[in-house]
Ligand binder design. Sequence first.
Ligand code: SIN
Ligand code: MN
Length: 202
Amino acid sequence: MLVLPKGVRHIPGHLDRGEQELLVQDLRAVVGQAPLYRPEMPRTGKPLSVRMTNCGELGWVADKAGYRYQDRHPVTGTPWPPIPDRLMTIWTDLSGDTRPPQACLVNFYDAKARMGLHQDKDESDFSAPVLSISLGDACLFRIGGVERGSPTRSFRLESGDIVLLGGESRLAFHGVDRIYPTTSTLLKDGGRINLTLRRVNT
Ligand code: SIN
Ligand code: MN
């Protein structure tokens, strides 16, 4: 058994195939209104390998000026579309927080994309967990402690899995080491979608 840091929950296969397909339909509508774009690293402007968009009142963006939440898509300049009801229900069922999520970051990973070890700390309130949903190809997810140097462990996330980072692990370092291409038939052109539902402020 893999022992996870306190405050981390991994719920394998929480969403069945039918629910995953309905979520993908919802996301197609979101991406139709708020297209995926390629964010950049602060200062250097180096593009990230992951493409992103958001739904909700606020969205997380990254560009030369830094990391932040804003209420508009950085390319189209229009407000983010609302968070689909299906995601709101998942949050209500699993987050343990009575307040609704304010942001849902949508990450799309192609076969080569990855995400370096980081903390989710651009929010001003850390009392709610970050709720993460995986769809499509599997990945190797890495999680550590609240300090960059603390030991990490990694495990595979499959389509339909949910991870919660809350409590003592709300600020745990985490990242995606690699994608396992062609491990899911959910997305017709392959790849992995990760959704993270968040509270941003009190
Ligand atoms: C993230 O930290 O924003 C994404 C994590 C994941 O893709 O599982
Ligand atoms: Mn993160």
